[in-house]
Design a protein around this ligand. Sequence first.
Ligand code: SF4
Length: 232
Amino acid sequence: MNREEGAWGSSVGGRLREMFHLLKTRFGPQQWWPADTPLEVMVGAVLTQNTNWKNVEKAILNLKKKDLLSLERLYGLAPEALAREIRPAGYYNIKARRLKNLMEFVMTQYQGDLEALKQEALPTLRQGLLSVNGVGPETADSILLYALQRPVFVVDAYTHRILIRHAMADEQATYQDLQELFVMHLPDDPSLYNEFHALIVQAGKHYCRKNPVCESCPLKTWGNLPVAPDVR
Ligand code: SF4
């Protein structure tokens, strides 16, 4: 698929623009990612798998208190010791291994230089991140967008659910299908992608839950009204 001319003016682009403005008007600027450094974003992107952000914050605080939030220290730490510190994030043994794998990737492929990651060709870097055991598309893309400011749209379960319920995607749509829907119809702008994904998470968390709360949702007037059987 080719990027459409005048992305904001295309019909799909127009609907996405409307979605963005409705969400932004309700929720305001999100200014993600809540982290002090790119490394903290990377660590948070792994820790947030299958848990809520409050638990991630506790785990990151543990790492900060012990001055462990550096590439070299995380890389050098025994998996069991790392698992102890990140326990509040849940699945701590698995996540400790995943974090170690990610640190190893940066240390061995980029000599621990996050600036070198920023300079790497995007397809090469994305492929590299996806080759790390425990890093899937959402984690890789969160790192690319929020740690490295690369123009990559992050898709999550909320994105899928909202698009399905508004007849913009079907159940079978893959991660890549949904990502293309955004990047092919929106300007190539990391700050827009940053804000858009964060706003979708707000809508998903507060309104588009398993049992949706359409009546007070900012998207209740968006495009086709919800059409999924469960929200009619
Ligand atoms: S209007 Fe309903 S279906 Fe649409 S996003 Fe909001 S809660 Fe979900």
